[in-house]
Design a protein around this ligand. Structure first.
Ligand code: ATP
Length: 365
């Protein structure tokens, strides 16, 4: 009859395909039951609906079946609680930075892949928060495509230096800092890995933000060096994930959530951008067209057990307002203003909840 020790020993060699670490080290083996030659292993996935769950179950089954004396293996899948995830992933503390000490909530806006409208959402979220009376700053950490200055109407601006700190230009009542301000005009900066880390770490120390309720950080897309560094050097209250409704975006979002889980960063939830298009049909009535499919973001949030923060329509006014440097959320009574207002309110409420819980790496207020 196989023993629990033997089972755990073989499971030590089974790795989470995305995190690259042993299921045992990750605390994913919730239970092992042995009944004669039958073994039942309960695996707690880091997030529900993990697209790797079939592979993980298959790898566990294969590894345990190879133990001499085992005839039958059953794998039951369950999901970790947020507390369990924090125990494993939330060990890393972000060192405190003087330049950030008067900022109450630092919120990152991330996306699994490029071009889903992350910057558009980040800018309009910052504006919607400012419209609600909060003191807001926005940091464009998208080193590869810093578009925040354009969207905020600050192209060509430069920060000035006071007491060795960069003073961010202001527009629409929001303090703005961007790698775009620091790059030579018209020239792309080519960043290599270690430089990315150094540049972002220096930026975290060298901006005079003053007192802010919210600092919104527009992250570079994906799960590469740059978003990882931001989550390591800024004491984030949490992260907002932007996606589009297409199925193809799902695995990118899961990868992104896994990365933030591993870093101990809380997830505010998912914003679905380009969720629908409103048109007036020949009948004179309003029609809602789900251009990229329907309910993808909501289902994804449900499957991954993270909050769904709202849908942003595909609206030419949103891209036009971006090009003009006048974010759509500046008019809180407009349709887009209301959409971003509701999302901002949900995030502000959650930020207070997270603050009470004592966010990873942050001192309690
Ligand atoms: N809901 C929307 N309706 C219409 N146009 C949109 C919408 N969201 C974004 N866009 C447009 O799509 C383009 C890409 O948007 P944006 O730059 O915000 O994406 P991103 O995810 O930040 O991209 P990157 O990965 O390059 O940083 C822009 O031209 C923007 O104006």
């Amino acid at each position: 009859m196989p023993t629990r020790e033997e089972v755990m020993e073989v499971l030590k060699k089974v790795k989470d395909p995305e995190l690259g670490r042993s299921l045992v080290d990750l605390g994913m083996i919730r239970d092992v039951k042995i009944d004669g030659d039958k073994v039942k292993v309960t695996v707690a996935l880091t997030i529900a609906g993990c697209p790797m769950k079939g592979r993980i179950a298959g790898d566990v089954k294969k590894a345990v079946s190879e133990i001499p004396g085992v005839k039958e293996v059953e794998v039951e899948l369950t999901t970790m609680t947020p507390e369990e995830r924090e125990k494993i992933f939330g060990k890393k503390k972000v060192p405190e930075k003087k330049a950030l000490k008067d900022i109450r909530h630092i919120i990152a806006v991330a996306s699994g892949k490029g071009g889903v409208g992350k910057t558009t959402v980040a800018v309009n979220l910052a504006v919607a928060l400012a419209k609600r009376g909060y003191k807001v700053g926005i940091l464009d950490a998208d080193i590869y495509g810093p578009n925040v200055p354009l969207l905020m109407g600050l192209e060509g601006e430069r920060p000035f230096t006071r007491d060795n700190l960069l003073v961010p230009p202001e527009r629409w009542g929001i303090k703005v800092m961007s790698f775009g301000f620091l790059a030579p005009e018209g020239q792309p900066i080519i960043w290599r890995g270690p430089l990315v880390h150094r540049a972002l770490s220096e930026l975290a120390e060298s901006v005079d933000w003053g007192v802010l309720d919210f600092l919104v950080i527009d992250l570079p897309p994906g799960t590469g060096d740059a978003p990882l560094t931001v989550a390591q050097v800024f004491p984030l209250r949490g992260v907002v994930i932007v996606t589009t409704p297409q199925k193809v975006a799902i695995s990118d979002v899961v990868r992104s959530i896994n990365m933030f889980n591993e870093l101990g960063t809380r997830i505010f939830g998912i914003v679905e951008n380009m969720a629908y298009l409103k048109t007036i049909g020949p009948d004179g009535k309003e029609h809602i067209i789900p251009v990229f499919g329907e309910g993808g973001g909501e289902k994804l949030a449900r499957d991954l057990r993270v909050p769904f923060l709202g849908k942003v329509p595909l609206d030419p006014n949103l891209s036009k307002s971006g090009e003009l440097g006048k974010p759509a959320a500046l008019d809180p009574e407009s349709e887009l203003g209301k959409v971003f207002g509701e999302i901002a309110e949900k995030i502000a409420t959650k930020a207070l909840e997270f603050e009470k819980m004592g966010s990873c790496g942050l001192k309690k207020a």
